[in-house]
Write a protein that binds this ligand. Sequence first.
Ligand code: KIV
Length: 272
Amino acid sequence: MSVAKKEYKRITVKSLTEMKQAGEKISMLTAYDYSMAKIVDDANVDVILVGDSASNVIAGHETTLPITLDQMIYHASSVVRGANRALVVVDIPFGSYQSDSKEALRSAIRIMKESGAHGVKMEGGVEIKESVKRILQAGIPVMGHLGLTPQSIYKFGTYTVRAKEDEEAKKLKEDAKFLEKIGCFAIVLEKIPAKLAQEVAASVSIPIIGIGAGGGVDGQVLVVHDLLGMTHEFNPRFLRRYMNLYEEMGNAISQYVDDVKRRDFPNEDESY
Ligand code: KIV
């Protein structure tokens, strides 16, 4: 008897635009390894982001700045092997696109060639226009990222809500229009007022994916470790935890330790 193979229709950048046009919300989650990517993909998440948040949740760094291009490619290739349906987008890490547009293109090409991902994400607006344009010209889909851009944390000084003041809000709106005009396929808006995010989503034809940007945008993204409650010290207002895996995993592991100490594990049935 053969097991029926699950049929997948791959999400593409075009599907995302169609979802926006149809008013269907887009779901996006991070993943950094094969096993998590498989779970996320089988749960029908539309976009898997191999975020540079791997620097925080996987490597334990305070910021996203230390993660390298090689490390991102390693995470991305593991995720791609686990994702049959989702569109896989990879953050170009800090220091791999800021110096000049040729370096940016080389980094994007390495990500696409070595990991098999379907697109890249870059933080910033008009300041990084040469790099974004060059990457787009090479046929690589680019997702923008505006608002709180963690690679610039030392410029901001804090992780508080961005674009509350008129001037920053105006620049953000212009940047979103600009990224749409040059051909980005979507934009992440992080930690900005919900009203502003809704206005931006209504002003562009490409999907706007929010994190801490309210419900008036075209989709939502979270870090999967936060959603599952594996990280318990990070408690921003925008985070909805669906599980408390920190506790559940801790309990399971403590139980295992007890079983080993009590000589209960392995029992006869678990031995050869
Ligand atoms: O790196 C990341 O996980 C991200 C999301 C928070 C959008 O950029």
